[in-house]
Design a protein around this ligand. Structure first.
Ligand code: S3P
Length: 428
């Protein structure tokens, strides 16, 4: 499906308030932990979209009863040892988080299972989870390190593992397997990645110790059901924030957005670029959340690297669009992980911006963009990646003529109401 985005006329801007959809990362984890808990968990504010549908589908395939209505879901927990042997392959669709996290759980079950996904997911590397899992006694087989994963459930032992990747999916996979392992799981990461799993495990009553970059839990560890209200997704908010920053006179409020510090690299970078982003209200809880005010701003180029990268990894495609409108050079480094996301996001963003007349250069581990450049309109591609599609839609609002995006339907992976949400903020 092709979607054409029309530039916003000079007389229009973004104004008003929006509650962005629930956080996708937290939603996957909440569902999985609720399924393993001893009683019923009520989840509110669940993320919409096909990725979270995939987690629900896989859990149903494992015999978990989930009752979902809109963004509320009641999960009947099976306890740590109550999952059932699936009757067929478990299909994680496009969702890397679903597949990698469930692999950690399935490795410890008393039955065999197969985890697979769509064409994009079957091209994503799994060695990163196979190494630690196999080291603790898991038996997982696949070809050349790609899904499908054939999991032969087995008894798992303790593990002390130093990862070379700052990946919350790998960390979470290892921690989930640790719930079943007799003894300690000690996991160290090179840079801090999102800590939703640690926070949620604590919320479900599992003692988790964190010291610097090291996380530790002791298994076997039972989970107690709870009630959860998931905050809005800062990674979805990022697209509306970028639109407000770029469109003159815009002034919007994003309410109940997750403000977890491990996800706020984007806010830090936007402020460094001169973007007017204010946290106007903040609630601390199992996940911090609050209201952001974002106003149109004159932006300048920045360098983004090192510890910042895992804190804004999913926002780098939209950062590239901001960079094209910022004064000076923006350089992103240390982000080679972008090449193994839903698509190669470095090539996707550089090629798409190039088609709209922006000279962007890919680097082995990032990109370099000099702005401000005029966006001339034209035809882009989602490359089957939701975040690439939404980033180019924001570029389209600012372009001189319409921007058509091929493969638009992929926005349904994380933000099916993206265009409606955007329209709700546009005023004369
Ligand atoms: C996620 C972690 C990140 C992120 C992805 C969601 C998660 O991936 O890019 O969209 O929910 O744990 P990596 O763990 O591969 O860095």
């Amino acid at each position: 499906m092709k979607q054409t985005i029309f530039p916003i006329p000079k007389t229009m801007r973004l104004q008003g308030a929006l509650r962005v959809p629930g956080d996708k990362s937290i939603s996957h984890r909440a569902l999985i932990l609720a399924a393993l808990a001893r009683d019923q968990t009520l989840i509110r504010g669940l993320a919409p979209g096909r990725d979270v549908d995939s987690t629900i589908r896989c859990l149903s395939g494992l015999g978990v009863h989930l009752f979902r209505r809109d963004d509320t879901c009641l999960v009947r927990g099976q306890g740590l040892y109550g999952l059932k042997r699936p009757s067929g392959e478990l299909d994680a669709g496009n969702s890397g988080t679903t597949l990698r996290l469930l692999a950690g759980v399935l490795a410890a079950q008393p039955f065999d299972s197969v985890l697979t996904g769509d064409a994009s997911l079957r091209r994503r590397p799994m060695k990163r989870i196979l190494d630690p899992l196999n080291r603790r006694g898991a038996r997982i087989f696949c070809q050349d390190g790609y899904p499908p994963l054939r999991v032969s459930g087995s008894a798992l032992g303790p593990l002390k593992y130093g990862s070379t990747l700052a990946s919350a999916q790998v960390k979470s996979c290892v921690l989930l397997s640790g719930l079943y392992a007799a003894g300690e799981t000690v996991y160290t990461e090179p840079r801090a990645s999102r800590d939703h799993t640690e926070r949620l495990l604590t919320r479900f009553g599992v003692p988790v110790k964190t010291r610097g970059r090291c996380v530790c839990l002791t298994g076997p560890a039972e989970l107690n059901a709870c009630r959860l209200t998931i905050p809005g997704d800062i990674s979805s908010a990022a697209f509306f924030m970028a639109a407000a920053l770029l469109l003159p006179n815009s002034d919007i409020y994003l309410t109940d957005v997750g403000l977890n510090p491990t996800r706020l690299g984007w806010v830090d970078v936007v402020r460094k670029m001169g973007g007017r982003v204010d946290i106007v209200h903040e609630d601390d809880g199992w996940e911090p959340r609050g209201t952001l005010r974002v106003r149109a701003s004159r932006l300048r180029g920045v360098t983004v690297e090192g510890d910042l990268i895992p804190r804004l990894i999913d926002e780098l495609p939209i950062l590239a669009v901001l960079a094209s409108q910022a004064h000076g050079e923006t350089v992103v480094r240390d982000a080679a992980e972008l090449r193994v996301k839903e698509t190669d996001r470095i090539e996707a963003v550089v090629e798409n911006l190039g088609k709209l007349g922006v000279p962007a250069k890919s680097l082995p581990d990032g990109f370099r963009i000099t702005g401000p450049a005029s966006l001339r309109g034209g035809e882009c591609d989602s490359f089957g990646d939701h975040r690439t599609a939404m980033a180019m839609a924001v570029a389209g609002l600012k372009a001189e003529s319409p921007v058509a995006i091929n493969g638009w339907e992929v926005v349904g992976v994380s933000c099916p109401a993206f265009l409606d949400n955007l329209r709700s903020l546009i005023v004369e």
